[in-house]
Design a protein around this ligand. Sequence first.
Ligand code: ADP
Length: 163
Amino acid sequence: MRIGVYPGTFDPVTLGHLDIIKRGSRLVDKLVIGVTTNPAKSPMFDLNERVAMVEEAISDIEGASVVTFNSLLMDFAAEQGASMILRGLRAVADFEYEYQMAGMNQQLNDEIETVFLMADVSLQPIASRLVKEIARYGGPIDKFVTPAVAARVTERVARENGR
Ligand code: ADP
């Protein structure tokens, strides 16, 4: 049984992430989406909200499940019995960071391979950070996230503005 882990902050999950999840789930028998706490990024949504949004979005993807983690990625992946870590790669911006992470993770555990996938070209520019920025300026985000996620982001921005 081939198990893959797709780790991230998913604040919130976007159509770019979902495309990577669909592609990734075809490569493995079981894909574990690992949602990290990542307080350093001061997320818009807490861990439970981020998990709920991912769960809702992947309900029709066979073999995909969601687990939270707050530990070293390689330890989490080993715990899950994974043989690979999936990451999405967008143009040049992601490369330096991903290159360094994959390199160091390889030193930590050489048995687990990092595999990079590219989303559909139309979905590649999507970033959670920009989705939040567009929403905060009142722009439309429905091309970038599912309707359920768009509703949650809009509601959160309205609440932020009401403060
Ligand atoms: P992290 O905080 O670990 O970067 P993210 O939630 O931002 O978590 O992203 C998780 C993974 O998904 C990363 O590998 C990121 O490069 C990838 N990713 C995000 N958006 C896209 C996209 N539009 N196309 C391809 N990969 C993406």
